[in-house]
Design a protein around this ligand. Structure first.
Ligand code: GLN
Length: 185
């Protein structure tokens, strides 16, 4: 299984490492042609505005939307969740694929980062996540399922082929969500 990682900015190397540990072959995606070879895609944490600028500059927006509409499983973590959202409060949507509205940096500043262990539906162990200037969800569309909550707010969501987390599982070598994505591919 070839697992793509959008490698424009952010912690894409950590995602590649987790995919490899989960038994897939990681492939860095920087150009539209790189997408042809992959069965699924992770969009890393980082800075959503920078990822957006680079994705536009490299003409990746439409090709990723098309693959998503054709059913390719996509995991977005933190900034990756922001770029997949249909609405970004006070900002601009990029891929606009998941029917959610998000608010950036809502869990506080860098120094207020924290880790948590979460019960995620469909995953048989507690999932460890790192929250760093994490976004939170303001609105969820009808077709979106909540797989985990933290302090009464959704933090893992699924809509068909799309899976998003407000935190980073990849920074602590947590493989549960990547394995979940690979099972969808
Ligand atoms: N705050 C960042 C953004 O708005 C996301 C932070 C992260 O990915 N850890 O893009």
């Amino acid at each position: 299984m070839k697992a793509g990682v959008l490698a424009l900015q952010g912690d894409f190397r950590e995602h590649a490492r987790v995919f490899a540990e989960a038994g897939a072959t990681p492939v860095e995606v920087r150009l539209p042609a790189d997408l042809d070879a992959v069965d699924c895609l992770a969009i890393p944490g980082g800075e959503s505005t920078t990822i957006g600028k680079l994705a536009r500059a490299y003409d990746l927006v439409e090709p990723i939307r098309e693959r998503s509409r054709a059913g390719m499983p996509i995991l977005g973590t933190c900034a990756g969740m922001i770029v997949l959202a249909r609405e970004v409060e006070g900002g601009e949507a990029l891929f606009g694929l998941m029917d959610i509205s998000v608010r950036r940096n809502a869990y506080g500043r860098q120094v207020e980062s924290f880790e948590a262990d979460l019960d995620v539906r469909g995953i048989d162990h507690r999932v460890r996540g790192v929250f760093i200037r994490a976004p939170w969800i303001e609105r969820i569309g009808d077709g979106v399922e909540v797989l985990a909550e933290f302090e009464d707010r959704p933090v893992v969501l699924e809509q068909g082929n799309l899976l998003v987390t407000s935190f980073h599982p990849e920074l602590v070598g947590e493989t549960g969500l990547h394995r979940y994505l690979l099972r969808k591919a």
